[in-house]
Write a protein that binds this ligand. Structure first.
Ligand SMILES: Cc1cc2nc3c(=O)[nH]c(=O)nc-3n(C[C@H](O)[C@H](O)[C@H](O)COP(=O)(O)OP(=O)(O)OC[C@H]3O[C@@H](n4cnc5c(N)ncnc54)[C@H](O)[C@@H]3O)c2cc1C
Length: 489
């Protein structure tokens, strides 16, 4: 055990475990409603699945396949609320998708599905229109696809990780959200009806004692492991599904495409995001979230599907970066899964019958605020009127052009001082998109950005040369290992 800063335990009403989108939104709602909340995240905020998504704030078109009208209506309403904000305040923007159809479903059926989808959002989204361009015009093989219809969705302006951070910062109590913090011990005192918790900062080793009246487990795909570790049993569990995207140079415009594939009627998407395009995602069942690593097979699958449909040939050398995450899918008791896309994306809050411990199962970026409001109402007994929760706008962040050949990026010193940016990976991956948009996690194809990385590390660790070097070395090692894992060794 490291040194304990103070023997006096700090009292909190609610301890939130996990700083992904579910924990961040819940923290935001509870803090803005005046609750004493403390959030602990063992890595950086959004360092789990919430940094690896497709970044769509969508109504859940695919879930119509399972006749989940209520869920689609709910997600659509959340999306439309975020899209209705003034453009200068919005962290979600409109995106128009063109479905390219392989003939798996008749054209009239797809058209009717899209009309129903729009109707479920009370026609708040733009009309379903015949696709303005052909597959060939978009760089894909015309003979393989029929023209579809365009429809509107929401897409995050900056990134999923920043969307998540904005909820935490916008809560007004950001100092109560602790990243790089582990739970060293946790015990329930039935007499005092308190959890005694020791938290340890994994970078400084400092410890602090906390007494919490309740715990809310928002550890996403790791929620079951957290429950197991602290002896909490639940009837709901998670089913885990791995999803991989390739990040490729985006040569061709702003058009997002949803392409019907042969397998089980699924679709793969081509979504422009700044200078890159995201291609994916895969959907593979795994038994534990720690198995959620990108493999050579995942990359082969995505390249093969792309080359089958693209007018040009793509190879491993084109890949700038790979994103991988584990979907936490709520598995109610008795529910069996044969194929994870058949499983509802509904979020479930389960409260323990004897101790004040709640667990969030499932949950998505889309609809995260609504789920957080529901959690807050159930856990804190505080009713919020429908549509009555104002959303804090994303903040302006000072930028610099000092690194990466003049790319405009948020100032690392500012991130260090105002956004708890503590490591190079925090900065490259989750305070900026440099680690995603520049090859090899920002290192560069020929390692040409090592100097930029060293400079940023020295800013993040002022007066600590050894700390800056250790951070740089471990970042490079992690990126090299990651690349080897999907690049045939
Ligand atoms: C490939 C892919 C594409 C997707 N696309 C979309 C999309 O387009 N739109 C959409 O709405 N959703 C999408 N999703 C789903 C969405 O990304 C996830 O459902 C959502 O991010 C889950 O958020 P979470 O907060 O529950 O989990 P996470 O983001 O994983 O957060 C859980 C956090 O808990 C932390 N944690 C774990 N154990 C502990 C512990 N012991 N102590 C402290 N902290 C701990 C983790 O480090 C992690 O940061 C996608 C998912 C995938 C995988």
């Amino acid at each position: 055990m490291g040194p304990i800063q103070s023997m006096n335990a700090e009292s909190v009403e609610t301890l939130v475990i996990g700083g992904g989108i579910t924990g961040a939104c819940f923290f935001h709602v509870a803090a803005r409603r005046g609750r004493e909340v403390l959030l602990v995240e063992r890595g950086d905020f959004a360092s789990g699945t919430s940094q690896a998504s497709g970044m769509m704030i969508w109504g859940g078109l695919l879930y119509l396949k399972n006749l989940e009208f209520k869920l689609v209506r709910k997600f659509s309403r959340s999306r439309d609320r975020l899209l209705a904000r003034r453009p200068d305040q919005a962290d979600v923007r409109r995106i128009v998708f063109l479905p390219l159809l392989r003939g798996g479903r008749p054209g009239w059926f797809v058209w009717a599905g899209l009309q129903l989808y729009r109707a479920l959002s009370n026609f708040r989204r733009g009309p379903v229109l015949p696709s303005p361009c052909t597959a060939e015009e978009l760089g894909f093989r015309g003979g393989r696809f029929a023209r579809g219809w365009s429809y509107e969705e929401g897409f995050l302006r900056s990134s999923d990780a920043l969307f998540c951070l904005d909820w935490l910062v916008g809560s007004g109590r950001f100092e109560r959200a602790l990243n790089h913090t582990l739970i060293a011990s946790l015990t329930w005192d039935g007499q005092a009806r308190l959890f005694h918790v020791v938290l340890r900062d994994s970078i400084t080793g400092r410890e602090r004692k906390v007494e919490a009246r309740r715990v809310v487990n928002c550890a996403g795909p790791w929620a079951d492991s957290v429950n197991k570790e602290w002896g909490v049993s639940t009837s709901t569990r998670h089913h885990h599904s791995k999803g991989v995207y390739l990040l490729l140079p985006n040569a061709g415009g702003e058009q997002a495409l949803a392409m019907e594939m042969e397998h089980e009627g699924d679709a793969l998407c081509w979504v422009p995001w700044g200078p890159v395009a995201m291609w994916g995602p895969t959907e593979t069942d795994i038994t534990h979230p720690d198995e959620g690593r990108a493999t050579a097979e995942d990359v082969d699958f995505l390249l093969e599907r792309l080359n089958r449909n693209s007018a040009r040939r793509w190879t491993r050398d084109d890949i700038l970066n790979v994103r991988v995450g584990t979907r936490p899918l709520a598995l109610p008791p008795g529910r069996k899964v044969s194929y994870s896309l058949d499983l509802s994306r509904r979020a479930i809050l389960e409260e323990h019958p004897e101790i004040p411990w709640s667990t969030a199962f499932g949950g998505k970026l889309s609809g995260a605020l609504d789920f957080a409001i529901l959690m807050h109402e159930r856990i804190h007994g505080d009713k919020i009127r429908p549509n009555g929760f104002p959303v804090a706008p994303p903040r302006a962040r000072p930028t610099t052009r000092e690194n990466f050949g003049g790319m405009s990026l948020v100032d690392p010193a500012w991130c260090r001082d105002h956004e708890a940016c503590r490591t190079l990976e925090d900065y490259l991956r989750r305070r900026t998109n440099a680690g995603q948009w520049i090859a090899h996690g920002g290192i560069g194809r020929s390692r040409e950005h090592l100097g930029d990385l060293a400079r940023i590390a020295s800013i993040l660790h002022p007066d600590d040369l050894d700390g800056a070097k250790a951070d740089l070395d471990s970042y490079i090692q992690a990126q090299d290992d990651f690349r080897r894992s999907w690049n045939h060794g």
